[in-house]
Design a protein around this ligand. Sequence first.
Ligand SMILES: C[S@@+](CC[C@H](N)C(=O)[O-])C[C@H]1O[C@@H](n2cnc3c(N)ncnc32)[C@H](O)[C@@H]1O
Length: 234
Amino acid sequence: MFNRARHHFIAWLLERHPQVWFRWKKIGKHRLCSDRDFLALHAQSLREGEGLQVLEERYNLWILTQSVARLPGALAEVGVYRGGSAKFIAAAKGSADLHLFDTFTGMPAVNPATDGAFREGESGDTSVEHVRAYLAAYPAVYLHPGFFPASGAILEREASLRFKFVHLDVDLLASTHDALAWFYPRMVRGGLIVTHDYGDTTVPGVKRAFDEFFLDKPETVVPLWFTQAVVTKL
Ligand SMILES: C[S@@+](CC[C@H](N)C(=O)[O-])C[C@H]1O[C@@H](n2cnc3c(N)ncnc32)[C@H](O)[C@@H]1O
């Protein structure tokens, strides 16, 4: 309730008195302060109450998606929940295809030894219909309900399909590892794999999965502010 009111207040401030908000956040010099499209989307998203990502993470998704505009290939997100982060990718991607993977019925089986306090079935208050409606304004967005990577099988038939941008937000060690194993060989050179939660100590499986997966690969895992990390495919 308090958070909802706070988000509405920030959205109002951002729209009516952006300079006050920039001073308050101490970000007045930053390029995002003149990015009207991003600021409008951020305010809209706060009002809608969707999305679990903070300002810095949303902006990273926005500019990293734009940074691969000239590369060939599709975009994807695994871990969509209600579409909060997907909206920033969808709005920044142009006309390229965006494939969204989630059970859309909640978290799959959790391993308490590696996944912190997550529970099976958690985040189940979503649906394919909700996300489809939430992202209806954006072209070429495809939803793939089910357990990933099994739900990726439909795309395996397109042997030439490659990705230029992948966002992972699956919280769990096994899900993160399996998604990396599926996407890594399908990335174009220069393509980006971004993950949420790499720097979040309450989500230990994500950092472990990335660190272990890239141990024998030439790419470097680069941590970002606030909790994300990014890998550029070589
Ligand atoms: C933290 S939520 C995603 C939040 C979303 N990115 C946002 O910013 O609003 C994590 C999601 O990962 C999904 N998930 C985790 N492992 C999965 C798997 N192996 N296959 C499909 N979905 C998975 C869960 O169903 C859940 O909806």
